[in-house]
Design a protein around this ligand. Sequence first.
Ligand SMILES: Nc1ncnc2c1ncn2[C@@H]1O[C@H](COP(=O)(O)OP(=O)(O)O)[C@@H](O)[C@H]1O
Ligand SMILES: [Mg+2]
Length: 384
Amino acid sequence: MTVDPIAPGASRDPRFFVGRTQPTERAISWLLSGKDIALTDPRRLGKTYWLRVLALRTTEFEVVMIDYEGVTTAEEFLLRTAAALRDFQGLSKTARERLRIMFSGFELAAGPVTLSAAAGTQSPNKLLADTIAAVEAHAARPLVIAMDEVPIAIQSIVVSESAESAREVLMTLRSMRQRTERIRWIVAGSVGFHHVLRMAAVTEGALNDLEVLTLGPLTEPECDELAHRLFAGIRRRPAPKAAETLSRISSGIPFIMHRIVAGLQASGATGDVTPAQIDGALAAFISDRDESRSVTHLVTRLDELYKELTPLAESVLSYLAVDNKAKRMVDIGEALTPNPADLRRVIDDPRDDHYLRLLPSGLLEWRYDVLRRIWIERMYLGTP
Ligand SMILES: Nc1ncnc2c1ncn2[C@@H]1O[C@H](COP(=O)(O)OP(=O)(O)O)[C@@H](O)[C@H]1O
Ligand SMILES: [Mg+2]
């Protein structure tokens, strides 16, 4: 059997994309039936990569991807949207002409897009709605607008402008989703939406029209494929159980599989890759603070999200992390004696953020064991 190699690294080349068959099928069938999607797996689970590959491979729609990272105001949100539409090859000539009137720089191939004089003093949200209306009216084919890093942008708008301004953006997006028939929407980002709804003082209504799609870990056969292709990418063969070990200790997170194999490559070892070498490469990844920061940002920067509940959130995560056992809610309550409403909040949120999960038996545990191990290391809780 020949294996198509994948070099470990941060590539988002579609040739090196593995798996995600089930979520892709589910997403396409939802979109075709007129549903819009929220995608909020933790950082580095592969959301952006998946969106890019979806945009390239889907034949049912044209997909335009918009990255809102770094946006801090409602106006920037609008201009980022306009800039992405300018770069979008599938935009019709008529829509392009309409948008040229509203935005300067729209006729250029690059450089900033700004508001034109004709946009006058209209609010950014009104202009955003007009922009989308122009695109929809002249779309040649059904369109999916995939908005990436939306929660972080909303959070930044709360901080730089106001909760009011963030709320207006959210409500504008919601009414655009309701109004458009030929455009479907994917709203993605690594910060759970419930956090930003709370910050913007908006009810669930702002987002509860979205179907939640979960990528989660790669499935076993998908992990197996990625493992073998990564080993081929560093020109080493797996010893027995090596692929299985790599999949298991990465908790099926493709980014971590990549990092471990990059570590094996950097070690300079030769010969078949053994399970012990894989364990060693993961331990090195975890103890390298810079390396593993990228997957733990959200777990370790709880203060931004939990504010005064941060100490309790930390205690709960630590309590669930040690001794690697799922635990009952009552035991957590007895061990930490919190206010019950606070306890529910610091469990609900990490569950919605996909860090914790509730088993059918009623026990709670960390969803990704590798993140639990990183937490143990970061919080100096001893050995995993
Ligand atoms: N399906 C996949 N196949 C192969 N590698 C993947 C896959 N998904 C993610 N990765 C790896 O993980 C990295 C992070 O993915 P990314 O899309 O940036 O995550 P997110 O947007 O969720 O933070 C990618 O650069 C790639 O190396
Ligand atoms: Mg991303």
